[in-house]
Write a protein that binds this ligand. Structure first.
Ligand code: GDP
Ligand code: MN
Length: 364
């Protein structure tokens, strides 16, 4: 904590004058956006959408993170758009920048190769910092210390439907630790050796992690699932490339802050793959979550319509879409839910349905 003092000076708090008296019970949670000053317009669009569809009834705090100080313009516009408190924090350089031990020559060489191969963000240095930060450091930011849950939001996303419940409340009451809306296949060329690193981690942590059959491990592998209803993936390993799309996630910060998750991240980080390759935070979160949590601790929010280019999700039920005033149709071009790009069918088969909690059945 002490070493962060100079950055704490930059931790700013604002509250918009609120004219609404409506009151809802609130969980100990914050909406969280990592964002650049240049993305203000997109940030405001996302805020407008989430406020209209959910937060205007709850007034959860908005927390903004950035690797450079936020502009006054950014602070004023986002504070005005929020129905809850807004707060802004500067990420310490040691949580963002490329570590010293990364070999610069090798790094530059790999960057050039991936750029030439046309890998998405293959030549970007800042994208790599962002992915490593989101994988291993967002939950260590001191501004989040007193929260239990976060809801990740990105600029330029849309929430298609009114939220039928407070997802934070669902998380706490049902004992969920990670929530997603879309899952799909990762580009293999961004993670050639990620699964090798995971296998090393599995061998080294055999004693301390969940047994494979108790965790959501089966969601990540093809064992017994390859068939005509499931696309065969040409992975050079057991990993089927499925991941939860992390631009939308609702998570339990205490899970990410746990020694188990941090040890998982640090084992992967030491391989250098965030820089020598282009490991994304989505596969890293998804693999960590699937190895360390039981399937019943992960929730697919299937009533929350959502869009992040180029994919969206839309409730399949016509009645739900009317009831929640959705502005999507399940056969829209961008809706990925039951298309071959989606891993949702694998999730249904091997994830949530596998371990339905007795108490949950009784409640329903
Ligand atoms: P994509 O969704 O994979 O195409 O990547 P994005 O460009 O949307 O980046 C993911 C998230 O990280 C978004 O919330 C961005 O605003 C944020 N982000 C990406 N790069 C940076 C950066 O260099 N600085 C900051 N502060 N945020 C970044
Ligand atoms: Mn994005």
């Amino acid at each position: 904590k002490l070493s962060r003092n100079s950055y704490d000076d930059y931790t700013l708090n604002y509250t918009r004058q609120n004219d609404s008296d409506s009151f809802h019970l609130r969980e100990n949670a914050t909406i969280l956006m990592l964002v650049r000053n240049s993305e203000l317009e997109g940030a405001l669009d996302s805020m407008r959408s989430l406020e209209d569809r959910f937060n205007n009834k709850y007034h959860y705090d908005w927390t903004f993170l950035n690797d450079v100080p936020f502009d006054q313009d950014f602070i004023e516009a986002t504070t005005s758009m929020a129905s809850g408190k807004t707060q802004y924090a500067l990420i310490p350089p040691e949580d963002w920048n490329r570590p010293q031990w990364i070999n610069d020559t090798l790094f530059e060489e790999r960057l050039r190769v991936m750029e030439d191969e046309g890998v998405l963000y293959g030549g970007s240095k800042s994208y790599r910092n962002m992915c490593r930060f989101n994988s291993g450091f967002f939950f260590r930011q001191s501004i989040l210390d007193n929260y239990d849950y976060y809801f990740r939001v990105e600029p330029n996303v849309k929430y298609y439907c009114d939220f039928p419940y407070d997802p934070f409340r669902v998380m706490r009451l049902k004992g969920k630790k990670y929530g997603f809306v879309i899952s799909l296949y990762e580009y293999e060329e961004t993670i050639p050796t990620l699964w090798d690193a995971v296998e090393e981690y599995l061998v080294a942590s055999e004693e301390t992690i969940l047994r494979k059959e108790d965790s959501a491990y089966a969601f990540l592998t093809d064992s017994g699932l390859v068939g005509k209803h499931y696309p065969v993936v040409e992975a050079n390993s057991d990993y089927n490339l499925c991941h939860f799309w992390s631009n939308f996630e609702i998570g339990d910060l205490n899970f990410f802050r746990s020694d188990e998750y941090k040890h998982f991240f640090e084992t992967l980080d030491a391989k250098g793959g965030f820089y020598y390759e282009r490991w994304g935070d989505a596969p890293v979160h998804s693999i960590g979550v699937s190895l360390l949590l039981r399937p019943d601790e992960i929730i697919h929010f299937d009533e929350l319509g959502y869009f992040h280019s180029p994919f969206g999700t839309c409730p399949a039920s016509y009645a739900v879409r009317l009831d929640q005033r959705c502005r999507c149709k399940s056969d829209d071009e961008s809706v990925i839910d039951i298309t071959p790009h989606s891993c949702l069918m694998r999730w249904w088969k091997n994830g949530s349905g596998k371990y339905f909690l007795k108490e949950e059945q009784d409640e329903i």
